[in-house]
Design a protein around this ligand. Structure first.
Ligand code: ADP
Length: 356
């Protein structure tokens, strides 16, 4: 036969995706494995039983007790799971696996059927580890560079000020203007170096994640911004926010930047920022919406890069680091941040955070 029908579609898909699936019917205490799963686990349908015990037997010792706990909870409570762990084949090769499972539950709460899939994600995991390593290296580089640059810059600023104080009356107006500009530029540079240092510290100096009332974080940030809110006659609203396992200080920084930007890049007579939170399958989606000047879609990615700004200092003050820091913070929490906006239509900044 030389047409596609000769190869079962699902079979080929599972092989290409390096995955396999299973289902389990509690009423018959029967588990079935797809041939993809036998292949993935290096088992043979002729000699190996498709049982949960056989599946769990391959889990790497480092992860076994945690995975067993997840499975026990998943089956006893009928809760879906989505986890990653390592398995170790008979030859000792270690592979990274993503494991997803769902249950079909009857109205009386009992399970009709459970089904799931396992996928070999070793290549993705290796890329992730390499990215993590290179990010750690660049954070370390930024940290050392900023530290080392701060010292000579302080000396430059100090001597410029000394020059102005001691010899200011011997220098003409043009000369004093030059000194003033040099001091201003040096202070700008000092600010940028400090911001670079603080960006590198998002990962290296972050606190442990703890259960935190995000409502409380919002209240604190709002309190800090009261003078700006009153000055701009602005309105900030917020729906009920959840308890999340996060680094509270970093989430406060995130709220601070997103709210201040919504107020700053805003030409309305009554600037408004509203924060909304929606529960999603695996976490939460926070939306920070404003009625500001909006952003051309061609710049939606660029504004999250280091020192990228769309305006001059004369139009709006800033150094272009707020959103970069927001992105780092969100990524450290395993989430994502993006913007939807167009000029004159306000902006919606979205932050997706995993449940835990
Ligand atoms: P900064 O505010 O210091 O310039 P950010 O990284 O916070 O740095 O923002 C980068 C750029 O993105 C800003 O200069 C501005 O042009 C644009 N921007 C950020 N937030 C908004 C917003 N809510 N509405 C319109 N433009 C925004």
């Amino acid at each position: 036969m030389n047409h596609c029908d000769s190869i079962p579609l699902i079979e080929k898909t599972q092989e290409m995706a390096k995955m396999g699936s299973w289902d389990f019917t509690p009423a018959y205490n029967r588990m079935r494995w797809s041939s993809g799963l036998y292949r993935l686990l290096d088992y043979s349908p002729e000699t190996d039983e498709p049982t949960l015990e056989n599946l769990l037997a391959l889990i790497h010792a480092d992860d076994r007790s945690l995975v067993e706990q997840v499975y026990t909870r998943s089956f006893s409570e009928g809760k879906r799971h989505d986890i990653s762990y390592k398995i170790e084949g008979p030859s000792g090769t270690v592979r990274h696996i993503r494991d997803k499972c769902e249950h079909q539950i009857k109205s009386d709460g009992s399970t009709v059927c459970s089904y799931g899939y396992l996928q070999d994600v070793t290549e993705l995991e290796e890329i992730r580890i390499a990215q993590q390593r290179s990010r750690a290296e660049s954070d370390q580089f930024a940290h050392i560079a900023s530290h080392d640059l701060q010292e000579p810059l302080r000396v430059i600023i100090g001597f410029l000020k000394l020059l102005e104080n001691r010899y200011g009356d011997q220098i003409d107006a043009k000369g004093r203007d030059f000194i003033e500009r040099a001091v201003k530029a040096s202070l700008q540079m000092e600010l940028r170096i400090r911001e670079l240092l603080s960006l590198s510290q998002v990962n290296t100096r972050g606190a442990l994640f703890r259960e935190t009332e995000v409502d409380q974080i919002f209240d604190e940030v709002r309190h800090r911004l009261l003078p700006v809110i009153e000055n701009k006659k602005a309105k900030i609203t917020c729906t009920k926010l959840p308890k999340l396992e996060v680094d509270g200080e970093q989430i406060a920084t995130l709220f601070y930047h997103l709210i201040t930007n919504g107020l700053q890049y805003n030409a309305s007579r009554r600037p408004e920022v509203s924060i909304d939170c929606r529960t999603e399958e695996d976490g939460y989606l926070l939306a920070f919406s404003d009625n500001g000047i909006g952003i051309d879609p061609q710049f939606h990615r660029r504004i999250f890069e280091v020192f990228q700004r769309l305006h001059t200092q004369r139009e709006y003050q800033g150094i272009g680091m707020g959103l970069t820091k927001c992105r780092r913070i969100v990524e450290r929490h395993g989430g994502a941040i993006w913007v939807e906006s167009s000029p004159g239509k306000g902006s919606d900044f979205y932050v997706r955070l995993p449940a835990s």
